[in-house]
Design a protein around this ligand. Structure first.
Ligand SMILES: Nc1ncnc2c1ncn2[C@@H]1O[C@H](COP(=O)(O)OP(=O)(O)OP(=O)(O)O)[C@@H](O)[C@H]1O
Ligand SMILES: [Mg+2]
Length: 332
């Protein structure tokens, strides 16, 4: 019997979102995001965690095309449902992204205009659906609001944003995003502006919509508890790079990168409550570096080469699911 290269796994689903070697610069000497690789598979909830300034929102906004004009995105692949947006001409980007991805922002109060009723704003979102009558659209909206657990949806259509609590409004924002029937929902700190009870409800809803609407979710958060609660996999960002990535339970049980270990060592008891903000580790906000490891200046295990050689992306851990760490000390 001859052995050859393993055949491509034709049963393997294609990723909904794929980033390969993505760097994003706001014009500074060193990019805010450096060489990021990340995939989100169908129906998966992937978390991105990192302290303030690590590049999480920059990454999220690049997927939705929401970066300011000053930002430059470069790299190999930034694809949604298989269409690489780095190759696409500017005029077709909106058509590619529009139906594929939707975003939930941190503050639901700024998601909607204060000037119009929620019903009108949700109706406006359906402008593409030219084949539907107004009453069909109204039914779609009522169902979407019902699906996100909003009590008395019909009455809410007449309400203005300020009539609803932050948690209720975040439900409406999720309903609005789902009306677009996206393959991917990008949620940037969706519960940071909410109190703990509302946060728990919204996190529960995120899991529910993954199950019922089959949507994949990229969840950006400062909170280890939020990531632990809803995500299947997590990517840990530090100074613009992903320094560790793998299944949530594996990384929480066996973190390999010194930065991830330092995060978990901070306040395990508080982390479990899901309410803390990530502390800044070291004396300063992390600054991206072009070569070497951005964490070298704060790392208790630093080696000489950490400052001059960019660490490799090493497969670590004994489990079957991929777990990687970007550290010179990482061993399988
Ligand atoms: N519009 C902008 N123009 C210039 N620099 C920016 C802009 N937005 C972000 N940056 C810089 O890019 C880096 C990453 O910022 P980003 O907002 O992506 O971080 P973050 O991880 O989302 O932080 P936070 O947790 O505070 O939201 C920071 O150094 C920030 O100052
Ligand atoms: Mg942010």
């Amino acid at each position: 019997m001859t052995t050859g290269p393993a055949p491509a796994n034709l049963d393997m689903p294609a990723p909904v979102l794929e980033l390969a070697d993505i760097s994003i610069s706001y014009g500074g000497i060193i990019p805010a995001v450096v060489g990021v690789d990340l995939k989100v598979m169908p129906g998966e909830i992937v978390g991105v965690i990192g302290e303030s300034g690590s590049g999480k929102s920059t990454l999220a906004h690049s997927v939705l095309g929401l970066l300011p004009e000053s930002a430059q995105v470069s790299g190999k692949t930034l694809s949604l449902n298989g269409s690489n947006m780095l190759d696409a001409p500017a005029q077709s980007l909106r058509a590619l992204r529009g139906p594929a991805a939707a975003m939930i922002f941190q503050n639901p109060m700024t998601t909607f205009s204060p000037m119009h009723t929620l019903g009108r704003q949700l109706m406006d979102l359906l402008w593409r659906e030219r084949n539907l009558s107004k009453s069909d659209k109204r039914q779609m909206i009522l169902k979407a609001l019902h699906d996100v657990g909003l009590p008395d949806p019909a009455a809410r259509l007449e309400a203005y944003p300020f009539h609803l609590s932050g948690g209720m409004l975040q439900r409406v924002a999720i309903a609005a995003a789902l009306l677009m029937r996206p393959s991917l929902l990008v949620a940037d700190e969706p519960t940071t502006a909410l109190d703990v009870t509302m946060e728990a409800q919204i996190l529960h809803l995120m899991r529910e919509i993954r199950r019922t609407a089959g949507v994949s979710i990229l969840m950006i958060s400062h909170h280890l508890g939020v990531i632990a609660e809803v995500c299947d996999r997590v990517a840990v960002m530090y100074a613009g790079r992903i320094v560790e990535e793998g299944p949530v339970d594996v990384i929480f049980a066996d973190p390999r990168h010194p930065y991830t270990k330092a995060l978990f060592a901070c306040e395990p008891a508080l982390i479990e409550t899901g309410t803390i903000r990530l502390p800044v580790i070291g004396s300063d906000v992390p600054r991206p570096v072009r070569v070497g490891c951005g964490f070298a200046g704060c790392c208790p295990q630093v080696l000489e080469r950490c400052c001059v050689d960019t660490p490799p992306w090493v497969a670590v851990g004994a489990g079957n699911a991929p777990h990687h760490s970007r550290c010179h000390r990482s061993t399988p």
